[in-house]
Design a protein around this ligand. Structure first.
Ligand SMILES: [Zn+2]
Length: 88
C-alpha cells in the first residue's frame, strides 16, 4: 500500500453513491467486467487517493469505479463494471 492511500470498504462511499444515484447503493450488486465476480457494493475495496476515489474488485483488483470530485462537479467512471444489479 502506497503512502497517502487509504483503503476502505464500500460503506465509505455509500453516502456519495446515494447522492449520485439518488438511491441506496451499498446493497446493490456489482459485477466485475474483468473477472465476473459479483460483490455487494458495501463489500468492495475502496481506495481514497486525493482528489479521487478508486473502487477495486476484491477478486482480481481491477478498477471497477473511479470517482473524482471537484467543487460543483463529479466525474464518474463506471468502465470496469459489467453490471450493477439494483434490488430492494
Ligand atoms: Zn474482478
Amino acid at each position: 500500500m502506497k503512502t497517502g492511500e487509504m483503503k476502505l470498504d464500500g460503506n465509505a462511499i455509500g453516502g456519495l453513491m446515494a447522492e449520485l444515484f439518488g438511491m441506496e447503493m451499498t446493497t446493490a450488486t456489482s459485477v466485475c467486467r474483468s473477472c465476473g465476480a459479483t460483490e455487494q457494493l458495501a463489500c468492495v475495496d475502496v481506495y481514497v487517493q486525493a482528489p479521487g476515489i478508486v473502487v477495486r474488485c476484491r477478486n482480481c483488483e481491477s478498477v471497477l469505479i473511479k470517482i473524482v470530485r471537484a467543487p460543483g462537479r463529479t466525474w464518474l467512471d463506471l468502465g470496469g463494471l459489467g453490471t450493477i444489479e439494483l434490488g430492494p
